[in-house]
Design a binder for this molecule. Sequence first.
Ligand code: ZN
Ligand code: ZN
Length: 314
Amino acid sequence: MECVLLGTGGMMPMPGRPLTAVAVRTGGAVYLLDCGEGTQVPYKAQHVGMRALRLVAITHLHADHCLGLPGVLMMRSQMEEASPLTIVGPRGIERFTRDVIRDLACRITFRLDFVELEPGERGAGKPLLAYQDELISLRYLPLRHSVFCLGYRLEERMRPGKFSLERARALEIPPGPLYGKLQAGERVTLPGGRVVEPGEVLGPPRRGRHVAFCTDTAPCKNLYHVLRDVDLAFLEGMFLPEHSAEAQAKRHLTVVDSARIAGRSGARETILVHLSPRYDSRQARQVDQVAREVAPNVRRGRECERFEVKLQDR
Ligand SMILES: [Zn+2]
Ligand SMILES: [Zn+2]
């Protein structure tokens, strides 16, 4: 699994600092998390791949998180025979997208499917299912922002357990294709007619990789639930501590809030994103210093940084 951080900005795209969005690539498919104004530019520059794009998940209906949708959809319509695309987001995402397509006479050449998430669902501490396919599950919980906003958690499907050569030999399974079938979770019949279940030679199912994406929120309990024990988290760190009053008023996190929450959540590594446009590169470096003092595995993301997320049992 690879995550490409397409930008780290908040509020508006700035020269050299596109808006925050993450492309997650796994199993040949791409899942895009947020799509602010101009996201198609770094998406193209980083060769993420439009054909593989399967889903776009929008955290909330603020321009810096969804205004890039028309651009991405139009760029994808340049391809021949593009496959359907699913858009997940808060209630209203379908109307917004369809209105823009109609009002601007965009020619979209592929089918759009929508999953709209409702404010009423609270989840009681467990991220709720928004979408799933053969590769991943996308879960969410509401966060606490000035409008309805979702924190996402993308989880790879569980993998079959580890194959035990010892047990296979003890069961007198002939080496070869039967091993592969059992490893893939299939029941096999031995030459003598005896049936072997995959559970007889496989260990317990293994966890896939988990990535969280949470931006635009005041501190809240659900953040911990979404971030809990993920392999990689992208979390807003919009304000330096001197602007904490503004962070509170606008329902955002300061770098100290983010680092503290990330540190307590059990996330293995946390990348801070959605930096206020007022901060120049010198102040952006301060983000790293402030975060490091609170939690060692939290730091600021860099434009177009790529992250290889490793399986925990490898
Ligand atoms: Zn924002
Ligand atoms: Zn916002």
